[in-house]
Design a binder for this molecule. Structure first.
Ligand code: PLP
Length: 228
């Protein structure tokens, strides 16, 4: 199936659900992204800053770019002028830098806190206590040019369905608790980004509002040489 066919399939499937499709275009060419764009897709996710910036420069300006990979503080300045959503915030230090660069660009940048839910050592993210500590901190309360609009999580790779489900449930419970405790009056806090090609159906069942789908839209990825 073509990229356009794959997208159409997802569009149909997500119809009527309150779920946004993020097309994860990492390692894919600008031609592939344009094909998705021409099929109507406008939201794309990338996980490496340099790759994102190079693509953003040449692709249509009405694309909404989400950063979904680990972000180093010294790279924030490159994406601050245009990024729509940073899904991978995992420290107050990073949030402070995003705030600083957002201010320089006279904007407010939307962010998700990335929560560690997988049973693996390799994934970035905050645990529950760290997320709550961040939201309670004076450093956070002082930031005026960022807005936290939800949480993001990556489930364990190749886990049993039951475990994946548990991990998504855990994230949803945390989301509901944080919403109630810190964002009760803020309608903008409403995004729960969970689910990828292999587990998006489970994620939607458990309350996801954003699925990040890469390989099953774009197929085998084509570029291999972007260095962080
Ligand atoms: C690559 C990636 C995805 C997409 O994964 P697929 O399995 O290709 O759908 C989603 N989220 C994050 C954070 C990723 O790095």
């Amino acid at each position: 199936m073509s990229i356009a066919d794959n997208l159409l399939k997802y569009k149909k499937e997500l119809e009527g659900e309150n779920v946004e499709l993020i097309a994860v275009s990492k390692f894919n060419t600008t031609e592939a992204i344009l094909e998705a764009y021409e099929a109507g897709q406008r939201i794309f996710g990338e996980n490496i800053v340099q790759e994102l910036v190079e693509k953003q420069e040449v692709l249509p300006k009405d694309i909404e770019w989400h950063l979904i990979g680990h972000l180093q503080t010294n790279k924030v300045k490159y994406i601050a002028p245009f990024i729509t959503l940073i899904q991978s915030v995992d420290s107050i230090k990073l949030l402070q830098e995003i705030n600083k660069q957002a201010l320089k660009n006279k904007r407010v940048i939307d962010c998700l806190l990335q929560i560690y839910i997988a049973d693996e050592e390799t994934k970035f993210g905050l645990d529950h206590a760290e997320a709550i500590e961040l939201l309670r901190s004076e450093e956070y309360l002082a930031l005026k040019n960022i807005r936290i609009v939800g949480l993001m999580g990556i489930a364990s790779n190749n886990a049993e369905e039951k475990q994946t489900k548990d991990e998504f449930q855990e994230l949803k419970v945390l989301f509901d608790g944080i919403k109630l405790s810190f964002f009760r009056k803020e309608d903008s806090f409403k995004e729960l980004s969970m689910g990828m090609s292999g587990d998006y159906k489970l994620a939607i069942e458990e309350g996801s509002t954003m699925v990040r789908i890469g390989s099953s839209i774009f197929g085998a990825r084509k570029i291999k040489h972007f260095k962080a």
